[in-house]
Design a protein around this ligand. Structure first.
Ligand SMILES: *Cc1c(COP(=O)(O)O)cnc(C)c1O
Length: 417
């Protein structure tokens, strides 16, 4: 499609957008009386209108039933994790048995590494992308030390080539092959939080498994952003959070995926809690942990109902729209943003896009690397009602989210730039 940098053209794209009505399901913060131009759904998604009534319903349930709320009402608390498992499984292309919602992201990353990072003297390395989100770096580093290894020896980072911003798949695969015999775990992000690069998870999984390692992914910036086929691609585990593209509110619960091949392996080492215990005998309160089959067997605690209720309200929207329709709009909207950024930058060179130009290697985030005037540019946008985000040292990230962003907003951003 031949894009145009005009309001009329942007409005025409909005008019023919099959998802345009979903925008009305969300609450926008305001700036000088008008909704902000919100391009920050990669950091904290906007609040769906349906979240408030969902939370009030749980407060009512608590008020009306007290402890009996565990068993009564439309969504008895005792089973709440099951009410979000199927929807979450659809979202990431998994079987319901393979998915559980629990805890928060970094906690789940640790729980998964307890099971899938089992280093030996020969095989003790973790291969990951250089510049991973800091929480992942800390989690990996502390796991390595916990097992008595040094991070310098045990963590292998795949970095971009000199003069490049993103990773080449061929480089990732060749490092996995080279380090394979000493590698215990390949742990990658799905979409890198900084560059917005979407890695080839299927090929990384295959390479990791060929090398005899376990493979896990952190999908914080991927879930709800790109269609996934976790079951078919076959990683051993994956984790994600629900407050970025999944719009479930600050600190919302995390999702975890454990591949079906591990569903019935009670001998797999893990940190256990009562909610992961066989539910048919959970309340006999006896000794001897017997895990539930599948990902549910990694649960520790009963669900945080209020955050789960917000999460469920949001997942209902994803279920209604479907990841394929979202991706279709996302491709167009992100391409339009790329065009508008290039237009704004033409002949000025105020920033450089570091996100891959190839749409297959990105979701809906575009990162612009600025110069020493970048912070002033970012502040100017903020003062004019644009919410984007700033990542040190000098990157501005823009995420046009297909559920609630419009082409007109993207055009307006270009005008300000
Ligand atoms: C957002 C994000 C986190 C945050 O972790 P929490 O435990 O939810 O605070 C961790 N890892 C990645 C890759 C992220 O993008």
């Amino acid at each position: 499609m031949q894009f145009e940098n005009t309001l009329a053209f942007a409005r025409q794209l909005d008019a023919s957008d099959p998802l345009r009505e979903y925008r009305d399901l969300f609450l926008f913060p305001r700036h000088e009386g008008r909704p902000v131009r919100y391009f920050c759904g990669n950091s904290l998604g906007l609040q769906p209108q349906s979240v408030r009534p969902a939370l009030l319903a749980e407060l009512d349930q608590w008020e009306t039933h007290g402890v009996e709320g565990h068993f009564r009402g439309d969504l008895p608390w005792m089973h709440y994790h099951k009410f979000v498992a199927e929807q979450s499984a659809r979202l990431v292309g998994a079987l319901p048995l393979e998915v559980v919602v629990m805890n928060t992201l970094t906690v789940n990353l640790h729980l998964m590494m307890v099971s899938f990072y089992r280093p030996t003297r020969e095989r003790f390395k973790i291969i990951m992308e250089a510049g991973a989100f800091p929480s992942d770096q800390y989690a990996v580093e502390s796991q390595v030390r916990w097992h008595g290894f040094s991070p310098e020896e045990a963590i292998v980072e795949v970095a971009p080539r000199e003069g490049e911003d993103c990773l080449r798949t061929e480089d990732i695969l060749s490092i996995i092959e080279k380090e394979g015999p000493s590698t215990a775990l390949v742990m990658f992000g799905g979409v890198n939080y900084y560059t917005g690069q979407f890695y080839d998870l299927e090929q990384i999984t295959a390479a990791g498994h060929r090398a005899g390692a376990f493979v896990g992914f952190d999908l914080a910036h991927t879930a709800g952003n790109l269609p996934l086929r976790l079951h078919d691609w076959g990683p051993d585990f994956a984790v994600w959070c629900s407050y970025k593209y999944l719009n479930s509110g600050p600190g919302g619960p995390s999702g975890a995926f454990v591949h079906e091949r591990h569903a019935n392996r009670p001998e797999l080492p893990r940190f256990a809690g009562w909610w992961g215990h066989d539910e048919s005998v959970r309340f006999q309160m006896r000794k001897g942990f017997k895990p539930m089959p599948g990902a549910a067997g990694w649960q520790l605690s009963n669900a945080q109902i209020l955050s789960f209720a917000a999460h469920k309200a949001s997942l209902d929207i994803f279920d209604a729209v479907g990841m394929d329709a979202l991706r279709a709009k996302s491709l167009l909207l992100t391409a339009y943003l790329e065009f508008i950024l290039d237009e704004a930058n033409r002949g000025k060179n105020r920033f450089r896009i570091i996100t891959p130009r190839d749409p297959a290697q990105r979701g809906c985030q575009i990162s612009a690397l600025t110069d020493e005037r970048g912070r002033a540019l970012f502040d100017y946008l903020s003062e004019n009602g644009v919410v984007a985000d700033w990542r040190e040292p000098n990157v501005i990230r823009f995420a046009p989210v297909p559920l609630y962003n419009s082409f007109e907003e993207v055009w307006a951003l270009g005008q300000l730039l």
